[in-house]
Design a protein around this ligand. Structure first.
Ligand SMILES: Nc1ncnc2c1ncn2[C@@H]1O[C@H](COP(=O)(O)OP(=O)(O)OP(=O)(O)O)[C@@H](O)[C@H]1O
Length: 596
C-alpha cells in the first residue's frame, strides 16, 4: 500500500474534484436509502387502509375513504420517483467529478512517466525491454487509474451506503437486523477470495496476451527471413502453442467467473428468506409491521451492491499497489547522465580524450582502453579499424550517451560531464550507423532536430546529402510518407536522408558513424565533396571502413581492440608502413580484383 502514497500529490492537485465528489456520493446514497422507508410506510398504509375500507363496507363513506387512500398512494409513488431521480442526478455528479479526476490523473501520470523515460540513459534501455517499458506506461497506469477513480468512488459509496442501511435496519428492529446481516460476512469473504482468483487469472491472461502480441509483432517484422528460410509451418506451430496457452488460461477464468454470480445470489436469497421468516414471526408478535419487512427486503438488495464492491475494490487496490510499485521502480531510477552546470554554452568543437577507458556496464565488455587524442576546432578526423574495435563506442562517448569510467573527455577545455547535456547535444549533428527514420514525411524526418525550419533549408540539406534528386522523383516529393504507412527507401537513400537530418542543424560537431556504407563510390564522392563545404570550420568525425573515404582527413585514428594503434595523416600513416598501410594495400588489391 505504501507504493500508492506516490499518488497523493495528484490527489492534492485535484482536491477540488475529490472533495465535491465525495459529498455527491453521500448525498446520492441518502436519496437511495430513504425510498425504502417510504415504501415501508406505503405498505403499512395499504394494510391499514384496506382494513378501514372493509369496515365501511355498505356505507357511503367507503367511497371517500377509497379516494383519500388512492391519492395517498399516488403521493407516495411520486415521492419515491422523485427520490430516485435525485439519487440519479447526484450519481451523475459523482461520476462527473471522481471518474473525470481519475482520467486527469491518468493523463498526468502517463506524461510524467514518458518524460522520465526520455531522461534515462541508453544503458537503461539496454537493460529493459521495450514491451516492459510500454506496459508500465499503459497497462500499469490503467490499473492505477482504476484505483484513483472507481476504487475510491466505490469505497466511499460502500462505506456510506452500508452505514446508512445498517443504521436504518437497527433503528427498525435490531434482532431482525442481526439475522439479515448474518450471511453477509460470508459473502464478503467469498467475493474477496473469488475476485483475487479472477484477478490472478486475468493477470496471467494479460501476460499471455502480451507474449502472443510480441511474438506476432517480431515474426511479422522478420517475415522476409521466415519466407526465405521456408519456416512458415514452424512459425505457425509456435504461434499455435502460444495461442493454446492463452486459450487454456482464458477457459479457467470463465469457470471461476461462472461460479461467482450464482454463489452471490444464493447468499442474498438466504438473507431474504431469513428476513421473511424471522420478520414474519415478529409481525405476528406485533413488534414490527409488514411494511418493515418490505423495507428490510429493499435494504438487503441494496446491500448486495456495496458488499460485492467490497471484494472487487479490495482486489482493485491490491492490483493498483502492485502496478504502482512497478511504475515507481522506473520512476526512482535517476538518469545516470547528469550535468553539473545548467547554463547553455556555445561550443567551438575542441575535443580532447585523456586516458579514456570504457566498459559497457551491463555486459562487462571493455570497448575502449586508455585513449589519448585531441581534435582541434574545425578539424576533420577520421576513425578506421576492424569491426568491434570500438569506433561506435567512441562516437557514443562524444555524444555522452554513456559516461566514461576512467579518464576524461573535455570540450573546449571543460569536462564533458559538466556541460548542459541538452544544450551540448543540440550542437552536435550525429548520423548513426543504424539509420532510423520515423513513419512521417521525408521533410519532417530531415527537419527532426529543429523546431522551426523553412522548406529552403530542407531542400539544401537534401542537396548536400545528395538525396534531393531522389526525393523530387517521388510523386509527393518532400511530403512523401515513409515507414509502415508509406514508401520504403533504399538503404543508401535512408543513409542520405539521415545525413541531411544532421546537416540541417548546422552543428558545431558533426559525427558520421559509418554512414556511407550503403552508397556507391560515385555518390560517396559527391557526398564527401558537399560535406567538404559543409564541414568547413566545423569539427567533423567520420567513422569509415574505406580508406578512399578518409584519406583527406586532417587526422586519422586507427583503432584496434579498443586501443589507438596509429594516428596521423594519410601520408604519415603510410610512411609508418604498419597496420594502416596493410589495410590500404588490402583495399587496393580488392579494388584491382573488382576492376579485372
Ligand atoms: N550497447 C552495448 N552493450 C554492450 N556491449 C557493446 C555495446 N555496443 C558495443 N558493445 C561491444 O563493444 C565492443 C565495441 O563495439 P563497437 O560497436 O564500438 O565497435 P565498432 O568498431 O563500431 O564495430 P563495427 O565496425 O562493426 O560497427 C564490441 O565488442 C561490442 O560487442
Amino acid at each position: 500500500m505504501k507504493h500508492l502514497r506516490r499518488l497523493n500529490k495528484y490527489f492534492l492537485k485535484y482536491k477540488w474534484w475529490i472533495i465535491p465528489g465525495s459529498i455527491f456520493v453521500i448525498i446520492s446514497n441518502i436519496f437511495g436509502v430513504v425510498p425504502a422507508q417510504v415504501i415501508g410506510y406505503a405498505v403499512d398504509l395499504i394494510t391499514e387502509n384496506v382494513q378501514i375500507y372493509n369496515l365501511f363496507q355498505g356505507f357511503e363513506r367507503q367511497e371517500i375513504i377509497y379516494t383519500i387512500f388512492s391519492s395517498n398512494l399516488l403521493y407516495f409513488g411520486l415521492l419515491v420517483i422523485l427520490l430516485y431521480v435525485m439519487r440519479g442526478l447526484f450519481l451523475f455528479f459523482m461520476r462527473q467529478t471522481i471518474i473525470l479526476m481519475s482520467r486527469h490523473i491518468e493523463f498526468d501520470m502517463k506524461n510524467d512517466i514518458y518524460q522520465h523515460y526520455q531522461e534515462l540513459s541508453l544503458g537503461f534501455y539496454r537493460r529493459n525491454n521495450t514491451g516492459d517499458l510500454m506496459n508500465r506506461a499503459t497497462e500499469d497506469v490503467n490499473r492505477v487509474r482504476m484505483y484513483v477513480g472507481p476504487a475510491i468512488m466505490y469505497t466511499i459509496n460502500t462505506f456510506v451506503l452500508s452505514v446508512l442501511i445498517v443504521w436504518s435496519m437497527f433503528d427498525v428492529n435490531s434482532k431482525l437486523a442481526i439475522y439479515c446481516l448474518l450471511p453477509l460476512p460470508f459473502l464478503v469473504i467469498i467475493i474477496y477470495y473469488v475476485n483475487t482468483l479472477i484477478f490472478k487469472k486475468s493477470g496471467k491472461i494479460q501476460e499471455r496476451l502480451s507474449e502472443l502480441s510480441s511474438f506476432v509483432q517480431e515474426r511479422f517484422s522478420g517475415i522476409r527471413i521466415i519466407k526465405s528460410y521456408v519456416r512458415e509451418d514452424y512459425t505457425r506451430n509456435m504461434f499455435e502453442i502460444q495461442s493454446n496457452d492463452y486459450k487454456r488460461d482464458s477457459m479457467s477464468l470463465v469457470k471461476v467467473s461462472a461460479l461467482f454470480y450464482p454463489t452471490m445470489l444464493l447468499l442474498i436469497g438466504l438473507s431474504t428468506i431469513l428476513t421473511i421468516y424471522i420478520g414474519g414471526i415478529q409481525v405476528m408478535n406485533g413488534s414490527i409491521t409488514a411494511g418493515n419487512i418490505a423495507e428490510f427486503i429493499i435494504y438487503i438488495n441494496q446491500l448486495t451492491f456495496p458488499v460485492t464492491m467490497l471484494g472487487w475494490v479490495t482486489s482493485l487496490i491490491q492490483r493498483a499497489a502492485a502496478s504502482q510499485k512497478r511504475i515507481n521502480e522506473f520512476l526512482d531510477i535517476p538518469s545516470d547522465i547528469q550535468s553539473t552546470e545548467p547554463e547553455d554554452k556555445e561550443i567551438t568543437g575542441h575535443l580532447k580524450f585523456e586516458n579514456v577507458s570504457f566498459t559497457y556496464p551491463d555486459t562487462g565488455i571493455q570497448a575502449l582502453k586508455n585513449l589519448n587524442f585531441e581534435i582541434k576546432e574545425g578539424e576533420f578526423v577520421a576513425i578506421i579499424g576492424k569491426t568491434g574495435s570500438g569506433k561506435s563506442t567512441l562516437a557514443n562517448l562524444i555524444m555522452r550517451m554513456y559516461d566514461v569510467q576512467d579518464g576524461s573527455i573535455s570540450i573546449d577545455g571543460k569536462n564533458l560531464k559538466s556541460l548542459n547535456l541538452k544544450n551540448y547535444r543540440s550542437q552536435i549533428g550525429f548520423v548513426p550507423q543504424e539509420v532510423f527514420l520515423f513513419s512521417d514525411t521525408i521533410k519532417n524526418n530531415i527537419a527532426f532536430g529543429l523546431d522551426q525550419v523553412t522548406d529552403e533549408e530542407v531542400y539544401n540539406a537534401a542537396k548536400n546529402a545528395s538525396v534531393y534528386h531522389n526525393i523530387i522523383d517521388f510523386e509527393e516529393k518532400f511530403e512523401t510518407m515513409l515507414g509502415e504507412r508509406g514508401i520504403t527507401l533504399s538503404g543508401g537513400q535512408k543513409q542520405r536522408v539521415s545525413i541531411a537530418r544532421a546537416l540541417i542543424k548546422s552543428p558545431k560537431i558533426l559525427i558520421f558513424d559509418d554512414c556511407l556504407s550503403a552508397v556507391d563510390t560515385k555518390t560517396e564522392e559527391e557526398i564527401l565533396q558537399n560535406l567538404g563545404k559543409m564541414m568547413a570550420g566545423k569539427t567533423s568525425i567520420l567513422i569509415a571502413h574505406r580508406i578512399s573515404t578518409i584519406k583527406n582527413a586532417d587526422k586519422i585514428l586507427v583503432l584496434d581492440d579498443g586501443k589507438i594503434i596509429e594516428q596521423g595523416t594519410h601520408s604519415e600513416l603510410l610512411s609508418l608502413n604498419k597496420r594502416y598501410t596493410e589495410l590500404y594495400n588490402n583495399q587496393l588489391l580488392e579494388e584491382e580484383g573488382r576492376s579485372i
